[in-house]
Design a protein around this ligand. Structure first.
Ligand SMILES: [Mn+2]
Length: 434
């Protein structure tokens, strides 16, 4: 028997890649472990007869001679086929194991006979590429399901792990009948009453972990049992808060604690943080289940894991331009216009007796010229007081100031001495390079 399986709580990428793999392994059946994510579950209430799946506990695992594993390759997440994995070690000739995955490697990864692992946004992309290469034919339900897999794992091509192969696969699926109008309906069905109240309590109980320069929220809860939509509610909560990363911690009555993490900063790699607690995932999203300890214990272990794995975020010093060209208040505006043009700068700090006394921009000069004031000096049109930032401040603080005061250049002061300037261009260069 050929069996295709994936991780517990299968999401759209997991289900879509299972179904796509059935087209590569004709006659293979899909067996799942711990059910489906709520949105996939809802999708299957309508499509369950079109795309058949069964629970591994109902499969005669001793008959399996080909096991295809997708969207996962860690043994700890494949307990539902442990029997087959054990047999593969004991008697390798009795079963062939094929892996399709896009997660970073982990210490408990399977040893397989054939491995297709690439760092694309969705594992469905890899399988679709193989279908394209083989000239496979797919119908509109399949094309739509495969699109759902790619959309879910790439945040509709907006997550940082997305790459051009995901977009190409999506384009091919659109050309093969995928129905874009159906995507939102299945990807993000509205939250139900339990999920909405959970969302409110996440926001209510959020605390900030004091970590230099990175805003990390932790929201810890004791609940009776895990509601199905835990991951989805965490994603929704993360959309609503200004944090760089969010961890939701739920201790259930049975003593297990679920942790779900989301991050949009390279400084917080969720898979690394939760790997310290026996879980794992992508840099942007992951989860862990801790089997013992009180809620406070688990939260403090999470704090240590954050401390151990999180990088220092970029600080102003890393990005600022220096040395700085400065001007004096007495400089005539005509001369300033000439200098700014020559330097290719849009503005400059104004220094008097070694102290920063204002900022002047090309726009100020143009306005003065328009009003016939261009025979005056810099002092007549410079802006002050000046917003400044320290060289060791995190970049996020500087961005916050630029946003709050709508300014394009922040002088960087070490004490009273100007040591650099951080401009929008510096920030853009950094953002686009990363
Ligand atoms: Mn995936």
């Amino acid at each position: 028997m050929k069996l295709i399986t994936t991780h517990e709580t299968a999401d759209f990428d997991a289900l879509a890649s299972c179904v796509a793999l059935q087209k590569l392994h004709l006659g293979a059946e899909i067996g799942v472990g711990g059910g489906f994510a709520p949105n996939v579950h809802q999708y299957l209430t309508l499509h369950g007869n079109r795309f058949l799946t069964q629970r591994c506990q109902d499969v005669t695992l001793s008959d399996v001679d080909l096991l295809v594993v997708t969207d996962v390759r860690r043994r700890s997440r494949l307990r539902h086929v442990e029997q087959v994995l054990e047999r593969a070690i004991r008697k390798p000739s009795s079963v062939r194991i094929v892996v399709w995955d896009h997660h970073p490697s982990a210490p408990d990864d399977l040893i397989s006979d054939e491995e297709h692992v690439q760092p694309v946004g969705a594992v469905t992309t890899l399988v679709v590429e193989e279908l394209v290469a083989r000239g496979a034919d797919i119908d509109r339900e399949e094309a739509t399901l495969f699109s759902l897999g790619i959309h879910e794992d790439t945040g509709s091509l907006a997550y940082s792990r997305t790459n051009s192969r995901d977009a190409k696969a999506l384009a091919w699926l659109l050309g093969h009948g995928a129905r874009p109008g159906l995507l939102q309906r299945f990807l993000r069905p509205p939250l139900d009453a339990i999920e909405r109240s959970l969302l409110i309590s996440i926001l209510d109980r959020m605390e900030e972990v004091p970590t230099f320069g990175t805003r990390i929220g932790v929201s810890a809860h004791e609940i009776d049992e895990a509601p199905a939509g835990l991951a989805r509610v965490t994603t929704e909560a993360f959309r609503m808060v200004p944090h760089d990363a969010l961890f939701c911690v739920y201790r259930l009555r049975n003593g297990k604690t679920h942790i779900i993490g989301r991050s949009q900063s390279d400084a917080v790699m969720i898979g690394d943080v939760l790997g310290e607690l026996g879980g794992g995932g992508h840099p942007g999203a992951g989860s862990a289940i801790v089997r013992e300890g009180s809620l406070a214990d688990v939260v403090s272990r999470l704090h240590s894991a954050i401390e151990k794995t999180c990088r220092r975020p970029e600080i102003v010093r890393d990005l600022m331009s220096s040395p700085v060209r400065t001007v004096t208040p007495k400089m005539p505006l005509r001369e300033l216009a000439h200098s700014l043009h020559e330097w290719g700068h849009a503005g400059a700090p104004v220094i008097e007796a070694g102290k920063l006394v204002g900022m002047v921009s090309r726009r100020d000069v143009e306005r003065a010229k328009r009003d016939g004031r261009d025979s005056l000096t810099v002092a007549s049109c410079m802006a002050h007081p000046v917003h400044t930032v320290g060289p060791d401040s995190p970049l996020s603080d500087a961005l916050e100031q630029m946003k709050a005061h709508n300014i394009g250049r922040l002088p960087v002061l070490d004490g009273t001495r100007i040591v650099g300037i951080l401009s929008r261009d510096d920030v853009l260069d950094y953002l686009y390079e990363g």
